[in-house]
Write a protein of this length. Structure first.
Length: 221
């Protein structure tokens, strides 16, 4: 039987600059869709974890409310559902699916004060979910310098190789990162290489070696 896979989308509300903490959630909802086909997913559970500020620095859970998507994949939370909530978390679950709106099935969005919850949710069949996460991690970006490009791409590489599960996923990571990282590293001046390497702590008594990390993975594929 397929396992039940929960995932979290965090929905945050800003605190007013003047007037203190007046943030609140307003009722609303969205549509849960299959990320591969965009088809709506019926009978998915969407849970709102209602949070409230109990002091200026901390929040506590006030309640949890779960609704089920209709035949058209739609879900909605009512006034009663969001009553007493300063901000909240949305969890979506469906047998055979994983939430993949973000790189790890987690997406953080800002909802302005006095705005309704308005969030479509993407879920992916479990067999395809990890590859989708890898593609999201590898989304195109622009960079202000070769140093920052290397650091960002290297961190993506580290995240990606930690979650691969199948040979096609390993091949994807190798094709996406190995040659690019080797070229970027070779193009950095010695001072910038040292600066980058200093960002990573040693492993026990062994100095962290970026080139070894890259080649150690890429030569095994």
């Amino acid at each position: 039987m397929p396992r039940l896979t929960p995932a979290i989308i965090v929905v945050c509300l800003s605190i007013a600059a003047a007037g203190g903490c007046t943030a609140r959630l307003w009722p609303g909802g969205g549509v849960v869709r299959n990320s591969e086909t965009q088809a709506p997913i019926a009978d998915a559970g969407v849970t709102l974890v209602c949070m409230y500020y109990w002091n200026i620095h901390n929040s506590k859970v006030r309640k949890e409310v779960t609704v089920t998507t209709n035949w058209d994949g739609q879900y909605r939370f009512s006034f009663e559902d969001v009553s007493g909530c300063n901000w909240g978390q949305l969890r979506a679950q469906k047998n055979g699916y994983a939430l993949t709106s973000g790189a790890y099935g987690i997406e953080v969005i800002d909802v302005l004060e006095n705005s309704e919850i308005k969030q479509d949710i993407l879920m992916t069949p479990l067999a395809d979910a990890n590859m989708r996460r890898l593609r999201i991690i590898n989304s195109p970006s622009t960079f202000t310098s070769s140093k920052f490009e290397f650091m960002e791409i290297y961190n993506r590489f580290l995240r990606s190789k930690d979650i691969v599960q199948t040979q096609p996923e390993r091949d994807y990571v190798a094709q996406s990162y190995c040659s690019r990282l080797e070229g970027l590293w070779a193009g950095l001046p010695a001072a910038e290489r040292a600066s980058v390497a200093a960002q990573y702590p040693p492993r026990g008594t062994t100095e962290y070696n970026i080139q070894r990390e890259i080649s150690g993975y890429c030569t095994r594929i």
